[in-house]
Write a protein that binds this ligand. Structure first.
Ligand SMILES: *Cc1c(COP(=O)(O)O)cnc(C)c1O
Length: 237
């Protein structure tokens, strides 16, 4: 390694530490948890954050998540934050801490079955489609309520639904982002009153990324998923 490569690495390590400390200071008054989104980033970046005390990490691809789980410290809590295909659930079912983006009853059924095989309960958030973009995943309100009814009646024994997740529209319009977050928060509060059972405790609200976490905090986020602010820009999304 030459000096230039070395100093680039040192710089990037310093900035991970600095950013984490800044974020933790911002999040503490809101009682909000930081999920460090490490997708596409090497294990060395994750370890640096780990050595600063960070334990919750988010990934959006099952294979990458499994690889990192296998090589990194076992007290890391892994969050699956991206769209999850049913045929990939089995790979993460033995150890996943929280699945953020459950967007269909079919996916929840698969998670329940795989959790059963592993003799464990898997925590899940239901993803509501709140943004403008058709390309984004998530259920509409009717689908969400229909899934909650089934969970409430005890149909899924090996999953716990602990809250909701959403992704705001990718826009500079802060008012729009705020409106989308607020809509999800209001829905969570409404559903909280209606639903409460052994496998259904709606307390978490997973909203906010690098570009909009400040807005999300004000709208009641309990988990922000932040990647590029901590680890730098990704070379692919
Ligand atoms: C990549 C990703 C994030 C983090 O995005 P940044 O803008 O890098 O903070 C958050 N949530 C999901 C679902 C993601 O896929």
């Amino acid at each position: 390694m030459n000096l230039r490569q070395y100093s680039t690495i040192v710089k990037s390590l310093m900035s991970i530490k600095k950013t984490l400390s800044k974020l933790n200071k911002e999040l503490t008054p809101y009682n909000c948890q930081l999920i460090a989104v490490s997708k596409t980033k090497p294990a060395s970046d994750i370890l640096e954050a780990y050595n600063c005390g960070q334990r919750n990490f988010g990934e959006n691809k099952a294979q990458e998540l499994v690889k990192k789980y296998e090589t990194l410290p076992k007290d890391i809590k892994w969050h699956m934050i991206g769209h999850l295909q049913t045929n990939k659930v089995k790979y993460i079912a033995p150890f996943i801490h929280l699945i953020h983006a459950v967007d269909s009853e079919k996916l929840l059924t698969t998670i329940d079955n795989e959790a059963k095989k592993n003799d464990r309960k898997i925590n899940c958030l239901l993803q509501l489609h709140i943004g403008d973009e058709e390309t984004k995943f998530g259920m509409n309100e009717d689908e969400l309520v229909s899934v909650l009814d089934k969970v409430n009646s005890g149909q899924f024994e090996n999953v716990n639904i602990t809250g909701l997740m959403g992704m705001a529209t990718n826009t500079y319009d802060k008012k729009q982002i705020k409106r989308e977050f607020k809509g999800l928060k209001n829905l969570l509060e409404e559903l909280k009153i209606k639903y409460s059972s052994e496998h259904l405790q709606l307390k978490e609200l997973s909203i906010g990324m690098s570009g909009d976490y400040n807005l999300a905090l004000k709208e009641g986020s309990t988990m922000v998923r932040i990647g590029s602010s901590i680890f730098g820009e990704r070379s692919y999304p």
